[in-house]
Design a protein around this ligand. Structure first.
Ligand SMILES: Cc1cc2nc3c(=O)[nH]c(=O)nc-3n(C[C@H](O)[C@H](O)[C@H](O)COP(=O)(O)O)c2cc1C
Length: 190
Protein backbone atom coordinates (compact mmCIF):
# COMPACT_ATOMS: atom_id res chain seq x y z
CA UNK A 1 0.00 0.00 0.00
CA UNK A 2 1.14 3.49 -0.73
CA UNK A 3 1.86 6.08 1.89
CA UNK A 4 0.72 9.54 0.73
CA UNK A 5 4.23 11.03 0.73
CA UNK A 6 5.62 8.06 -1.23
CA UNK A 7 3.15 8.36 -4.06
CA UNK A 8 5.00 11.19 -5.85
CA UNK A 9 8.35 9.40 -6.09
CA UNK A 10 8.12 7.41 -9.27
CA UNK A 11 10.93 4.96 -8.51
CA UNK A 12 9.56 4.07 -5.10
CA UNK A 13 6.19 3.41 -6.74
CA UNK A 14 7.60 0.60 -8.89
CA UNK A 15 9.30 -0.99 -5.89
CA UNK A 16 6.10 -0.76 -3.87
CA UNK A 17 4.12 -2.31 -6.74
CA UNK A 18 6.37 -5.37 -6.71
CA UNK A 19 6.27 -5.60 -2.92
CA UNK A 20 2.48 -5.57 -3.09
CA UNK A 21 2.47 -8.20 -5.86
CA UNK A 22 4.70 -10.36 -3.66
CA UNK A 23 2.21 -10.03 -0.81
CA UNK A 24 -0.57 -10.85 -3.25
CA UNK A 25 1.13 -14.09 -4.20
CA UNK A 26 1.63 -15.13 -0.59
CA UNK A 27 -1.59 -14.01 1.08
CA UNK A 28 -4.90 -15.56 0.09
CA UNK A 29 -6.91 -12.55 1.24
CA UNK A 30 -4.77 -9.95 -0.50
CA UNK A 31 -6.61 -8.16 -3.33
CA UNK A 32 -3.77 -9.03 -5.72
CA UNK A 33 -4.10 -12.77 -5.02
CA UNK A 34 -6.70 -13.27 -7.76
CA UNK A 35 -5.95 -11.10 -10.79
CA UNK A 36 -7.56 -11.34 -14.18
CA UNK A 37 -5.34 -12.82 -16.87
CA UNK A 38 -6.27 -11.92 -20.44
CA UNK A 39 -5.07 -13.78 -23.50
CA UNK A 40 -5.66 -13.61 -27.19
CA UNK A 41 -8.05 -16.42 -28.11
CA UNK A 42 -8.87 -17.93 -31.45
CA UNK A 43 -11.91 -15.67 -31.77
CA UNK A 44 -10.61 -12.59 -30.00
CA UNK A 45 -9.63 -11.58 -26.49
CA UNK A 46 -10.47 -13.78 -23.51
CA UNK A 47 -10.05 -13.19 -19.78
CA UNK A 48 -10.38 -15.17 -16.57
CA UNK A 49 -9.50 -15.00 -12.88
CA UNK A 50 -6.40 -16.90 -11.79
CA UNK A 51 -4.42 -17.22 -8.57
CA UNK A 52 -1.12 -15.33 -8.51
CA UNK A 53 1.44 -17.84 -7.24
CA UNK A 54 4.64 -15.82 -7.39
CA UNK A 55 5.85 -12.32 -8.20
CA UNK A 56 9.59 -11.88 -8.68
CA UNK A 57 10.86 -8.32 -9.16
CA UNK A 58 14.42 -9.22 -10.09
CA UNK A 59 13.35 -11.69 -12.78
CA UNK A 60 10.27 -9.63 -13.77
CA UNK A 61 8.14 -12.70 -13.42
CA UNK A 62 4.51 -13.35 -12.56
CA UNK A 63 3.59 -16.99 -12.11
CA UNK A 64 0.29 -18.80 -12.07
CA UNK A 65 -0.72 -22.45 -12.29
CA UNK A 66 -3.17 -24.00 -14.67
CA UNK A 67 -4.44 -27.19 -16.27
CA UNK A 68 -2.51 -28.06 -19.43
CA UNK A 69 -5.82 -29.12 -21.01
CA UNK A 70 -7.46 -25.72 -20.52
CA UNK A 71 -8.27 -23.49 -23.52
CA UNK A 72 -6.02 -20.71 -22.25
CA UNK A 73 -2.97 -22.95 -22.72
CA UNK A 74 -3.90 -23.41 -26.36
CA UNK A 75 -4.21 -19.60 -26.62
CA UNK A 76 -0.85 -19.04 -24.94
CA UNK A 77 0.89 -21.43 -27.26
CA UNK A 78 -0.35 -19.38 -30.21
CA UNK A 79 0.06 -15.90 -28.73
CA UNK A 80 2.45 -15.30 -25.86
CA UNK A 81 1.29 -11.73 -25.21
CA UNK A 82 -0.86 -11.45 -22.10
CA UNK A 83 -2.42 -8.76 -19.95
CA UNK A 84 -2.91 -8.96 -16.18
CA UNK A 85 -5.41 -6.82 -14.34
CA UNK A 86 -5.15 -6.25 -10.59
CA UNK A 87 -7.48 -4.10 -8.53
CA UNK A 88 -6.98 -3.20 -4.90
CA UNK A 89 -10.22 -1.57 -3.82
CA UNK A 90 -8.98 -0.68 -0.31
CA UNK A 91 -5.70 0.63 -1.68
CA UNK A 92 -7.44 2.53 -4.51
CA UNK A 93 -5.02 1.04 -6.98
CA UNK A 94 -5.31 -0.58 -10.39
CA UNK A 95 -2.40 -2.36 -12.10
CA UNK A 96 -2.44 -3.27 -15.77
CA UNK A 97 0.53 -5.43 -16.56
CA UNK A 98 1.61 -6.60 -20.00
CA UNK A 99 3.99 -9.44 -20.61
CA UNK A 100 4.97 -12.48 -22.53
CA UNK A 101 4.00 -15.86 -21.11
CA UNK A 102 5.21 -19.38 -21.71
CA UNK A 103 3.77 -22.60 -20.45
CA UNK A 104 5.94 -25.01 -18.46
CA UNK A 105 4.75 -28.59 -18.41
CA UNK A 106 6.23 -31.87 -17.30
CA UNK A 107 9.67 -30.38 -16.66
CA UNK A 108 11.86 -29.77 -13.63
CA UNK A 109 10.37 -26.38 -12.76
CA UNK A 110 6.81 -27.67 -13.08
CA UNK A 111 7.79 -30.59 -10.84
CA UNK A 112 9.27 -28.25 -8.20
CA UNK A 113 6.13 -26.14 -8.13
CA UNK A 114 3.92 -29.23 -8.04
CA UNK A 115 5.86 -30.61 -5.06
CA UNK A 116 5.51 -27.25 -3.26
CA UNK A 117 1.74 -27.03 -3.90
CA UNK A 118 -0.80 -27.74 -1.20
CA UNK A 119 -2.69 -31.04 -1.53
CA UNK A 120 -5.90 -29.00 -1.85
CA UNK A 121 -4.53 -27.15 -4.88
CA UNK A 122 -3.35 -30.35 -6.52
CA UNK A 123 -6.87 -31.77 -6.40
CA UNK A 124 -7.94 -29.53 -9.31
CA UNK A 125 -5.56 -31.31 -11.65
CA UNK A 126 -7.01 -34.74 -10.89
CA UNK A 127 -10.25 -33.89 -12.69
CA UNK A 128 -10.97 -36.56 -15.29
CA UNK A 129 -12.60 -34.09 -17.66
CA UNK A 130 -10.51 -31.37 -19.26
CA UNK A 131 -11.63 -27.85 -18.28
CA UNK A 132 -14.38 -26.53 -20.58
CA UNK A 133 -15.41 -30.04 -21.72
CA UNK A 134 -19.22 -30.15 -22.06
CA UNK A 135 -20.52 -32.36 -19.21
CA UNK A 136 -23.78 -34.29 -18.99
CA UNK A 137 -24.03 -33.73 -15.23
CA UNK A 138 -22.64 -31.26 -12.66
CA UNK A 139 -21.15 -34.17 -10.70
CA UNK A 140 -17.53 -34.77 -11.69
CA UNK A 141 -16.51 -38.28 -12.78
CA UNK A 142 -14.04 -40.35 -10.74
CA UNK A 143 -10.81 -38.30 -10.32
CA UNK A 144 -7.51 -39.33 -11.86
CA UNK A 145 -4.78 -41.03 -9.83
CA UNK A 146 -2.21 -38.22 -9.73
CA UNK A 147 -2.74 -34.98 -11.62
CA UNK A 148 0.84 -33.89 -12.28
CA UNK A 149 0.39 -34.79 -15.93
CA UNK A 150 -2.23 -32.02 -16.16
CA UNK A 151 -0.35 -29.46 -14.09
CA UNK A 152 1.20 -26.51 -15.92
CA UNK A 153 2.91 -23.30 -14.92
CA UNK A 154 2.22 -20.00 -16.64
CA UNK A 155 5.52 -18.15 -16.47
CA UNK A 156 5.13 -14.54 -17.55
CA UNK A 157 7.92 -12.09 -18.14
CA UNK A 158 6.65 -8.58 -17.43
CA UNK A 159 7.26 -5.92 -20.08
CA UNK A 160 5.25 -3.00 -18.69
CA UNK A 161 3.25 -1.92 -15.67
CA UNK A 162 0.54 0.73 -15.76
CA UNK A 163 -0.25 2.03 -12.28
CA UNK A 164 -3.36 4.06 -11.44
CA UNK A 165 -3.88 5.44 -7.96
CA UNK A 166 -7.21 7.04 -7.14
CA UNK A 167 -7.37 9.84 -4.59
CA UNK A 168 -9.63 12.82 -3.93
CA UNK A 169 -6.81 15.31 -4.32
CA UNK A 170 -6.18 14.08 -7.89
CA UNK A 171 -5.59 10.66 -9.36
CA UNK A 172 -2.05 9.60 -10.22
CA UNK A 173 -0.93 7.41 -13.07
CA UNK A 174 2.47 6.15 -14.12
CA UNK A 175 3.82 3.68 -16.64
CA UNK A 176 6.91 1.54 -16.20
CA UNK A 177 8.36 -0.10 -19.28
CA UNK A 178 11.29 -2.51 -19.49
CA UNK A 179 13.54 -1.05 -22.19
CA UNK A 180 17.25 -1.35 -22.88
CA UNK A 181 17.65 -3.65 -19.89
CA UNK A 182 16.15 -1.25 -17.40
CA UNK A 183 12.87 0.13 -16.18
CA UNK A 184 11.85 3.40 -17.86
CA UNK A 185 9.24 5.30 -15.91
CA UNK A 186 6.94 8.13 -16.88
CA UNK A 187 3.88 9.91 -15.52
CA UNK A 188 0.67 9.75 -17.52
CA UNK A 189 -2.49 11.78 -17.34
CA UNK A 190 -4.87 9.60 -15.34
C1 LIG B 1 -11.00 -17.10 -7.56
C2 LIG B 1 -10.64 -17.92 -8.77
C3 LIG B 1 -9.35 -18.38 -8.92
C4 LIG B 1 -9.00 -19.13 -10.03
N1 LIG B 1 -7.70 -19.55 -10.17
C5 LIG B 1 -7.33 -20.21 -11.28
C6 LIG B 1 -5.96 -20.54 -11.50
O1 LIG B 1 -5.05 -20.23 -10.70
N2 LIG B 1 -5.65 -21.21 -12.64
C7 LIG B 1 -6.60 -21.54 -13.56
O2 LIG B 1 -6.24 -22.14 -14.58
N3 LIG B 1 -7.89 -21.23 -13.38
C8 LIG B 1 -8.28 -20.57 -12.27
N4 LIG B 1 -9.60 -20.24 -12.10
C9 LIG B 1 -10.59 -20.66 -13.11
C10 LIG B 1 -10.50 -19.73 -14.33
O3 LIG B 1 -11.05 -18.47 -14.03
C11 LIG B 1 -11.18 -20.33 -15.56
O4 LIG B 1 -12.55 -20.52 -15.31
C12 LIG B 1 -10.57 -21.67 -15.97
O5 LIG B 1 -9.18 -21.66 -15.79
C13 LIG B 1 -10.86 -21.95 -17.44
O6 LIG B 1 -10.29 -20.91 -18.19
P1 LIG B 1 -10.02 -21.05 -19.77
O7 LIG B 1 -11.25 -21.69 -20.32
O8 LIG B 1 -9.85 -19.65 -20.23
O9 LIG B 1 -8.78 -21.86 -19.93
C14 LIG B 1 -9.98 -19.46 -11.01
C15 LIG B 1 -11.27 -18.97 -10.86
C16 LIG B 1 -11.60 -18.21 -9.77
C17 LIG B 1 -13.02 -17.70 -9.65
Amino acid sequence: MFEQDESKNIDSILIQIWIDLGHGALKGRHPYHTPVLATQGENGPDARTVVLREADFTRRRLISHTDIRSPKVRDLRRHQSVAWLFYDRGGNTQLRILGSARVLHNDERARERWEASAARSRECYRAALAPSTPASSPTPPQPLECGFENFAVIDCQVESVDWLYLQHSGHLRARFTWQDDQWQSSWLAP
